[in-house]
Design a protein around this ligand. Structure first.
Ligand SMILES: [Zn+2]
Length: 316
């Protein structure tokens, strides 16, 4: 998730002109009868460039205006990463949070109320996952729906009001929507819940195989090999993860991503090979407080493990 500089507009305009020229050339060579199609090629190119520029301007405007004062106040309370950053990096974190909230609205459903804290938790999770991967986006992803409680995962998405009835507290839907239970987002498991569901979005809109869709082919192969070796071992404190179902790789990745950011010391000590692989996946190293960059600046302060969430209904 990047905030594009204005200079990139001129480069994109030049590429659009080149593309239109290349598309027009065969029509020009085919003679006068086909040259009538040339203006259409240039009109289509211009419309595409205008749409691209509008999206970029909206992203820059959101970054400059920030996520809002209330969200900024809550951010250090909900995000260990944000709290550890220098002022310059924190300002960039806030800009990315504003971009995320502008492009992926956090919407209340069925009587829930979205507060600045709600937005801060969701945005902090979204930015944390991409902090070391600025080239990544949330693919084919729309909005975040906030429910007032646990909801059914049988396709009806109705609120679960009866004790003993099956329900879930979070879900990443295949249509590109994340659904979260408000009391669990603002209580326990809190940030973990948002990290888990947004990690599913990074997994990919088509294949949910536990392998982020935006990794390179070589990175995917390396991470797949680690998953193959590590998935059967489970995760510290999460022995209830599905071990034999089709959900296994996707759930393992989502839960490992959550643990990587919220309990990095525990994961690094109990599953060092998995932890080292996740350092490469996310290009961050929360346990040793080093941000993986080509030219590392002064590292942020260490992040402590957060307490494990209380036992609660499942996430999907
Ligand atoms: Zn899940």
């Amino acid at each position: 998730m990047q905030i594009p500089p204005r200079e990139s507009d001129r480069r994109r305009l030049a590429l659009s002109v080149i593309a239109c020229s290349v598309v027009s050339l065969p029509f020009a060579l085919a003679g006068l009868r086909y040259s009538i199609l040339i203006p259409f090629a240039w009109i289509m190119g211009w419309l595409e460039y205008r749409a691209w520029k509008r999206r970029r301007e909206a992203r820059r405007a959101a970054a400059e205006s920030g996520p809002g004062e209330g969200v900024e106040v809550e951010m250090p309370n909900v995000s260990p990463l944000y709290a550890s950053l220098s002022e310059e990096d924190a300002a960039h974190f806030r800009s990315l949070a504003a971009v995320f909230l502008n492009e992926h609205p956090v919407t209340a459903i069925a009587g829930a109320e979205v507060s600045d804290r709600t937005k801060a938790i969701v945005a902090a999770a979204a930015v944390t996952l991409l902090w070391g991967r600025p080239e990544w986006e949330y693919p084919a992803f729309g909005e975040v729906l906030i429910y007032p409680g646990i909801f059914s995962d049988d396709g009806s998405f109705r609120l679960v009001r009866n004790r003993g009835e099956r329900g879930v507290l979070g879900m990443a839907h295949g249509l590109g929507v994340v659904i979260l239970s408000l009391p669990h987002l603002e209580g326990s498991p809190g940030l973990s819940l948002a990290l888990h569901e947004l990690a599913h979005i990074l997994d990919g809109p088509r294949e949910t195989d536990g392998i982020p869709s935006q990794m390179t082919k070589a990175e995917k192969q390396e991470w797949a090999a680690v998953m193959e070796a590590e998935t059967g071992k489970g995760l510290p404190g999460r022995e209830d993860l599905p071990r034999h179902s089709e959900e296994r790789p996707a759930e393992f990745f989502a839960e490992a991503a959550d643990m990587f950011f919220t309990r990095p010391a525990l994961l690094a000590s109990r599953r060092p090979a998995l932890y080292d692989a996740l350092v490469k996946v996310f290009r961050q190293d929360p346990s040793s407080c080093r941000r993986i960059q080509e030219s590392p600046e002064a590292p942020p302060a260490c992040r402590e493990d957060t307490p494990p969430p209380a036992s609660s209904p499942p996430q999907t």
